[in-house]
Design a binder for this molecule. Sequence first.
Ligand SMILES: *Cc1c(COP(=O)(O)O)cnc(C)c1O
Length: 409
Amino acid sequence: MTNSPKIPFIDLVGPHVELQEELVAAFQEALKNAAFIGGPMVEGLEHEFAAFCDARFCVGVGSGTDALRFALSAAGVKEGDAVITVPNTFIATTEAITQVGAHPEFVDVDESTSTMDPEKLRTFVEMDCDRCTDGRLISKRTGLRVIAIIPVHLYGHPADMDPIMELAERYRLIVIEDACQAHGAEYFSTRNNRWMKAGSIGRAAAFSFYPGKNLGACGEAGAITTKDEEIARKCRMIRDHGQAKKYYHDVEGYNGRLDAIQAAFLRIKLKQLPRWNQGRRDRAQVYGNQLTKLHGSAVVPLAAPWARAVYHMYVIRVEDRDALIAKLAADNIGAGIHYPIPLHLQKAYAHLGYKEGDFPISERLAKEIVSLPMYPTLTDVQQSRVCQAVKQMLADRLSHQTPSAVLVS
Ligand SMILES: *Cc1c(COP(=O)(O)O)cnc(C)c1O
């Protein structure tokens, strides 16, 4: 054990101390006007976040899960459809699919980016689906019509969108980006010959403003971005009980609106987001420099050449993950595992009939990953302590593995 001060896994306090005056003023303003639901604060945030994402429209909602669910619904995904996604994501991705009445179909991820492997997507649509006379795809596994894809920009690193969009166009699939961890991440699209923001590539995208995200509210919040006016219009209805006009309900919807107070907080924080994201990139570089000196015993995340990641998480891979978690805990350093069980092996999805071995990359990653502390306010001294702990764990393991070498020396 150690007497060193705690290095928390995440710092939710620092940013709020820094912005306290502005946040409190926004709260007082909201109390004065009793403007709690909808109104200019929500519209202001929607306008500013759409601009931040290079998207035409933004619709504020209650959470990232709402955003995924409403986007799928507005894009026309319904009862009995199948939606392709990856097994190594937060369960909200597949909950949204199920909650619109559709079924998840998984394809494995690319080992170096932990995001959807476009080649595996191609194999799935070309080998594991039948094509109807109208060109639609039917999953051989479930017999269901495959209608959409949700690539997940995991840990703030974009999925390889060009080949995903190409396949989607060829097979007329809707693409909804799960950008809940990727506020401000960018993808270099060779097809469009420019950098594109997460949230501006697919038909629509879902963002979460859960407090721990790169842009977080002081409570629950989320948003949909889209270039499609019709999707934006439908999402506005769905979040508000399916009404376009008060008490005139065109469809059944949800209570999925964004609080005005949260919108006000988010507008204040959005101004800091470019600086915060740069801070995360700088911190990632510091980790990378120190950890790559460990001669390959730990695999550090490398952004693909076509990616500008925003490091929502900094996830390394080691063979003996549990030993590293224990070492970090002993050294008073917070850590996480995102995520320990791939979705196809979760109890909640036993009925889907997947088994161990179906998605080997996701399964291997789940056994080897450790998320290290990552936030803009992390200091060099803190990062050195984290890296020292990783180094010591690897050295200890090596000496246990080869006791004879230790005896000789
Ligand atoms: C956080 C997150 C969500 C859900 O967002 P909530 O705001 O918590 O509902 C969905 N997908 C991914 C990948 C996430 O990280």
